[in-house]
Design a protein around this ligand. Structure first.
Ligand code: DHK
Length: 189
């Protein structure tokens, strides 16, 4: 049961007169609780993200990929959603998953992808095309602030095809991306 607050409305009656009325909860028409639809999100990690925890901890932190996936699962559940997490070091596999996600998105079964494409962000026209071609909303996510690193990380082929971008928040970025994707999906109805 959703707690109901008193509803206040105001009506402009002209000539400086504003009529305000307050509708108390027990007088308000009862409406059923809104249906809770569980939105689904795919969390995709690309090459070398399987090495999280041991890979350059000064850049990527100490959390493992399993920690990231547990974080995403909990964050989605708190927001009435669910995630499926996958990782691959192979560009073609990632492309196949993006294409399949597009089919699921069109069927209304998937809100979108939180995607850390790793180094493929900086090289892969094919992933750019897969995202565009499939029409699935993607939030590009990077653990590090790629713009504060080597110049070759400053350009992303994914960004122009993405619905949003999160960089530089460590693994909390995945939670921010889930939040942003759900807000977009719920706003779109
Ligand atoms: C992860 C990688 O593997 C790098 O190739 C990117 C990104 C940055 C990250 O910050 O999550 O350049």
């Amino acid at each position: 049961m959703v707690a109901q607050r008193a509803r206040v409305s105001a009506e402009w009656l002209g000539e400086g007169v504003l009529r305000r009325s307050v509708l108390l909860p027990d007088r308000m028409p009862k409406s059923p609780d809104p249906p809770m639809t569980t939105l689904k999100i795919l969390v995709l990690n690309g090459p070398n993200l399987n090495l999280l925890g041991t890979r350059e901890p000064a850049v990527y932190g100490h959390a493992t990929l399993a920690d990231v996936e547990a974080l995403c699962t909990a964050a989605a559940a708190e927001r009435g959603a669910e995630v499926e997490c996958r990782q691959s070091n192979h560009e073609g596999v990632l492309i196949d998953w993006v294409q399949a996600a597009g089919v699921q998105h069109r069927a209304g079964q998937l809100a979108g992808i939180v995607f850390n494409p790793g180094a493929y962000s900086h090289t892969s026209v094919a992933l750019h095309d897969a995202i565009k071609g499939s029409g699935v909303p993607v939030i590009e996510t990077h653990i590090s602030n790629v713009h504060a690193r080597e110049p070759f990380r400053h350009h992303s082929y994914i960004s122009p095809a993405a619905a949003g971008i999160v960089v530089g928040f460590g693994i909390d970025g995945y939670v921010l991306a889930i939040d942003g994707l759900l807000r977009k999906a719920r706003a779109a109805g």
